[in-house]
Ligand binder design. Structure first.
Ligand code: DHB
Length: 390
């Protein structure tokens, strides 16, 4: 096979890129080692920055997002005795949308397959070849067991943290930065209407808790737990009781309901450079991981591929490689902004360290609640700084 852009990975990064390129008349082929069912069920965060949501709507894949997504104009920050609301439109003129990453992925797959464009699921033995030449290729075995090669101009590695793309860049050329946080999240999806209009980020001496949602009927809740925690030790009753303790505030109660799913998620920051080697470009989790607090992972993946789509469009329109050459630096500026914000939210909200750390966290929370400048800084990062201002 031959195409212009070979894309490894059918998560948000690979699918959004294929979608944006198709709109510019640029051909691509997407390969994914998981099944369609697996990719469509993969549970991830559910907050879209304003620019992410607008891009999906403006490019014709936002119909269900507009119908089922819920616009949120703020969040609550809580610590014992206080629940403080931040009003995003008043602070920075932007909002966010609650719409699951899983739903974004479903919409993009439906659109691509509906248009008859190539997307191969359940491939194996994927390899990246000749990225130092002008004729790179992707090797893989398709679902029927046949060996395939995609000859292309450019390969985009959007195959996640464990993918084959990043290791294709020689070790000696790569620099990585990593932080493993000393806590994890225990998350549940519950069949109960949310007990709150906006998300609640709660600091509590027992640990962080987050009240999120997926719809008017489904709540999503998280608890900070130890990294070596065992899910079997957490009965539904224990989870609800701990959530009620951490969210406790006068005059408010937490609605309980059947737990549909339970999961543990580690918390890590990771950045790998360069995001380009030869004709291989990395996007999304293949190049970086952010801890979940603040829900930046999907938005960062989308920001990477918006830059790439613009750069590839310029290249195919008039042969200019300027934006492609600039990609590793432009993308990385945004990566570090979101890496910092995710680290900042994570370290402000999770109990760690000693009494001194806790007093600093409480002081920071009170500062965000009382200083408009501090609140605006959180709001503009949470809703997403416009890409072209970075
Ligand atoms: C969700 C996850 C987050 O990390 C966050 O900051 C907000 C919401 C979620 O899964 O709904």
């Amino acid at each position: 096979m031959r195409t212009q852009v070979g894309i490894i990975g059918a998560g948000p990064a690979g699918l959004v890129l294929a979608h944006l390129l198709a709109r510019q008349g640029i051909e691509s082929i997407v390969v994914e080692n998981r099944s369609r069912e697996y990719v469509e069920a993969r549970i991830r965060a559910g907050i879209l920055e304003q620019e992410t949501a607008e891009m999906l709507v403006d490019t014709g894949v936002g119909e269900r997002l507009q119908r089922e997504g819920i616009r949120h104009d703020g969040i609550y920050l809580q610590w014992p005795g206080t629940r403080h609301h931040l009003d995003f439109p008043a602070l920075c003129g932007r909002s966010v949308w609650v719409y699951g990453q899983t739903e974004v992925v479903k919409d993009l797959i439906t659109e691509r397959l509906g248009a008859g464009l190539p997307l191969y699921f359940e491939v194996s033995d994927t390899s990246v070849r000749d990225i130092d030449s002008n004729r790179p290729s992707i090797g893989f075995t398709d679902a029927s067991g046949a060996a395939q090669t995609i000859a292309c101009d450019v390969i985009v590695g959007a195959d996640g943290f464990h993918g084959v793309s990043r290791p294709a860049i020689p070790d000696a050329l790569r620099t990585t930065w990593q932080r493993d946080y000393p806590f994890s999240w225990l998350g549940i999806l519950a069949d109960v209407p949310p007990s709150t209009d906006d998300l609640i980020y709660a600091w509590h001496p027992n640990g962080f808790a987050l009240h999120s949602m997926r719809s008017q009927k489904l709540s999503r809740l998280y608890l900070q737990v130890d990294p070596d925690e065992n899910l079997d030790d957490w009965s539904d009753d224990r989870i609800w009781s701990e959530l009620a303790t951490r969210f406790e505030i006068d005059g408010w109660t937490l609605n309980e309901g059947p737990v549909l799913e339970k999961l543990l998620a580690p918390m890590r920051s990771f950045v790998s450079t360069p995001m380009r080697h030869g004709q291989l470009f990395l996007a999304g989790d293949a190049a970086h991981i952010v801890p979940a607090t603040g829900a930046k992972g999907l938005n960062l993946a989308v920001a990477d591929v918006r830059l790439l789509a613009k750069a590839l469009t310029a290249y195919y329109d008039n042969g200019s490689t300027a934006l492609l050459d600039a990609y590793p630096e432009t993308a990385l500026r945004n990566v570090w902004r979101k890496t910092h914000f995710s680290w900042w939210m994570t370290t402000m909200m999770h109990v760690h360290g000693d009494e001194f750390d806790q007093q600093l966290q409480l002081s920071q929370l009170r500062y965000v609640a009382t200083s408009e400048a501090a609140a605006r800084s959180l709001a503009e990062n949470y809703t997403g700084l416009p890409l072209d201002e970075l």
